[in-house]
Design a protein around this ligand. Sequence first.
Ligand code: GDP
Ligand code: MG
Length: 444
Amino acid sequence: MFETLSQRLQAIAVRLRGQARISEADLDSALREIRMALLEADVDLAVVRSFMATIREQAIKLDLLSGLRPGDQVIKLVHDQLVEMLGGQRYDLAFSQQPGVLMLVGLQGSGKTTSAAKLGLRLRRDGKRVMLVAADVYRPAAIEQLIHLADQIGLEVHSRPAGTPPVEIATSGLVEARSRSMDVVIIDTAGRLHLDEPMMDELVRIAGAVRPDQTLLVVDAMTGQQAVPVAKAFAAHLPLSALVLSKMDGDARGGAALGIRSASGLPVAYLGTGERPDGLEALHPDRLAQRILGMGDIVSLVERAQDQMDTEAAEQSARAMLESRFSLEDFRSQLTEIKKLGPIGQVMQMIPGAGGLAGAAQAAVDDGELRRIEAIIDSMTPAERRQPSVIGGSRRRRIAAGSGTTVADVNRLLKQFDQMQKLMRQFSKGRGALPVGLGSPPGR
Ligand code: GDP
Ligand code: MG
């Protein structure tokens, strides 16, 4: 997300911070670069103009040039304006009825069906009973797609036989949800490739029949600036609550996402960050601004970890590490846990100072490095994983063949693992107790 923009702003930040004093010319050129970076990321022109005007005005007011650590102050201004640009506060997805009704609208392919499942999963994690309603009757496989996604995460779908009008599906879904004491109903509707009247009419009728608490417009962030007129057109007919920007994981042009709040007047509630049902992030303007500026976002990372990771497995391997019995088995399970946090590039961006490595780390993964390591470990016997020293030449050849890698790959992994174990042994030496938070030592 925002990789290019983020890299450029970070480079500017590093340079400014390195200067004890900045001249007016320095400030001007930094501001010019920030402006270019925003425009190249496809942030709306008018939004960039007012963004830069505010920063310039405040920089003058603060009398930055004579002050201490001017670089930090400029970055702080940029940070605060980014937060402002993103709407200041997190959007609150509130429901006032029982069941609450959430309706998803948007063009075809924007990500409505996927977002329905993602939101369902999120609300269920918040302890709500959720039912999905399949009101897209036009695309042949639309209902199956929703059911397939819902099955993956164990959510129920209300659907009606072919030929049922969408308004009727939506109202019968609401009736069923009410009778079964659901907390939230999520209605997935049909989109078209382009805005058209019949689609809008149908959505207006569905909304009139079910009176949604929340009408979320899903827009594809990869369409860049085109998202703005789309949002305006939908807003002209429907009482939109907020936006979901899907496919933020996709493209450097995600910058449109930064400007869309001011350009459309609608808050951005969620960002879609992947195809899987867990690829959804609530937009916290302050945290996102920090991430863009390379300050990391540990809070979101920890939240992801809490949602996704098997804490028991994590504790077990932490203990094994401290007791110098960390095996390839533990290593394998750690890789699985880390992958659950999402694409590694996204994870790195959340670690303060590690954002610059995001691209390289993601490239290594995309390159198949992680998969190769997993395949190698998977091709070992349990005994070999526990005690890699038994893996001699012929076993190495067998493992390489079994995992579709080369003996050199296997050698490299074993060597790296051996170094890792040595490090852990040094670390755990002279350290009796576990660090706070890793649980009590095993009573075995
Ligand atoms: P709909 O026509 O609006 O219901 O769109 P879908 O939910 O069917 O999504 C269209 C395509 O975009 C599907 O292939 C999805 O897997 C994909 N998609 C949706 N959201 C995201 C996202 O946040 N990231 C990525 N990479 N793909 C997404
Ligand atoms: Mg759909």
